[in-house]
Design a protein around this ligand. Structure first.
Ligand SMILES: [Zn+2]
Length: 432
């Protein structure tokens, strides 16, 4: 049931003592990096002066802009000879950032991926098909190493090439996959085209969903279609990549591996800590990283700590599934809206297809939100009154949740642009 029982179930006192010890080591080490060395001197911080975990608040926060400004090597705490790997952020917003790893860093990362996969029930007997992009993106190699560490037969399928993916699943009896949720949704129609029934014609039993926030409704839709149990995976390249937090079999929040990361949740406006249970921005400090330690990194991801212990017996706290990035928030007519709210509603309405896109336009006096929604083929071929009824239902349901009235256009299945990486959900055409 546990990959590393002792560390996964360590009591809070023990876990916090371990965190403090590792934080102290990290700080002494971090002072070697040109960036933090300078920051410590300028701010008068003594890296050896941290006595409690609460002292972390005295340390400077780090942002994506700081990483960009130090391009490419300003955050290194070791010499370049010690490095064995470079990865890069996917550049969701603006220019990408690079992250470097020593052999020890790769080992630590591999451990938490193996621990996470094992937690969901993946074993040596599984056949794991990794449908993420290999390369600079961390979703490929990160999971790959973890799966091999467990001893599972690992198929480095990479992203895209949908028909081949399905063929691989059938030929090699794939039992576990790692996939971006919007791509898994898109793949459903390819299964249809190929007349392959995932319940009958494949052995799929586990899916790791990563790289983009998704709703509970989306998870259930995928589970119903594929017959697997789907687990949410959270990570970011600045920390290592996937494996920072992961769902256990109870699928109720993601255990964040606190022996590797020190967790804070802050108010993104005031930067003050928020109490456990309240939503805010996730801020992380690496505790076991040598090549490029990062202090108090502002992830821009919004979540909260779920109070109370988990039934699985792990003591590492759980974060709620990511609601979105502070960058993804749309402000329309003064209302704050996240794409995931729209996804959640759409996925719960029968007849809605597998893709949608949100377009924001500025009209003369007001902002318009236009949502193009693919419908299922049977619905699209049906009569017009039925389609109009569906359109109205979508408008009403969205309005009750997001408090503004969007314009909804229903479109043919597979007519919206598909992406093999993260889905581009929002097109903001408003000009300031
Ligand atoms: Zn649990």
């Amino acid at each position: 049931m546990y990959w590393e029982k002792e560390i996964e179930t360590l009591d809070r006192t023990g876990l916090e003592a371990l965190q403090l010890k590792r934080l102290k080591t990290t700080l002494n080490w971090t002072a070697n990096s040109p960036y933090y060395g300078r920051a410590f001197r300028e701010l008068g911080i003594d890296p050896g002066g941290v006595e409690t975990l609460a002292d972390v608040k005295k340390l400077p926060m780090t942002t994506k802009d700081d990483l960009r400004d130090q391009w490419p090597y300003g955050f290194l705490a070791v010499s370049r000879d010690e490095l064995v790997r470079m990865h890069s952020s996917s550049g969701t917003t603006g220019r990408a950032t690079v992250v470097f790893h020593t052999a020890n860093d790769i080992g630590q990362w591999t451990d938490i991926i193996a621990r996470s996969m094992y937690m969901t029930g993946m074993r040596k007997s599984d056949v794991f098909q990794n449908m993420m992009t290999y390369g600079l993106f961390t979703g490929g190699l990160g999971f790959h190493y973890g799966a091999e560490k467990i001893g599972a037969l690992t198929i480095p399928a990479g992203a895209g090439n949908s028909k081949r993916q399905i063929q691989l699943m059938q030929d090699f009896e794939t039992t576990a996959i790692h996939v971006i949720p919007s791509y898994a949704l898109h793949l459903m129609s390819v299964f249809g085209e190929m007349a392959v029934d995932p319940w009958k014609d494949t052995k799929l039993r586990i899916a790791f969903l990563g790289a983009e926030p998704h709703s509970e409704k989306m998870r259930r839709k995928l589970e119903d279609f594929y017959g697997f149990k789907a687990f949410d995976s959270y990570g970011l390249s600045e920390m290592c990549g996937p494996g920072v937090a992961f769902e256990c079999p109870f699928q109720n929040g993601l255990h964040i591996w606190e022996d590797h990361f020190l967790v804070e949740i802050i108010d993104p406006e005031t930067l003050a800590p928020v109490p456990d249970g309240e939503e805010g921005e996730l801020v992380l400090t690496t505790l076991v990283r040598d090549g490029m330690p990062i202090l108090r990194y502002r992830t821009k991801d919004l979540t909260r700590i779920l109070p109370g212990p988990c039934e699985c017996g792990r003591t590492h706290r759980r974060i709620e599934r990511i609601k979105g990035r502070t960058d993804d928030m749309m402000i329309i007519k003064g209302v704050n809206i996240f794409p995931i709210q729209i996804e959640r509603k759409l996925m719960g309405i029968p007849g809605v297809g597998n893709n949608f896109v949100i377009i924001l336009e500025r009209a003369e006096f007001t902002d318009l939100m236009i949502i193009k929604v693919e419908v299922q083929r049977e619905t699209f071929m049906g009569d017009l009154r039925q389609l109009e009824a569906l359109r109205r239902r979508i408008v009403e349901e969205l309005k009750s949740d997001i408090l503004i009235t969007p314009r909804v256009d229903l479109v043919e299945p597979d007519s919206l642009p598909k992406s093999e990486g993260k889905a581009k959900r929002v097109m903001d055409n408003r000009k300031d």
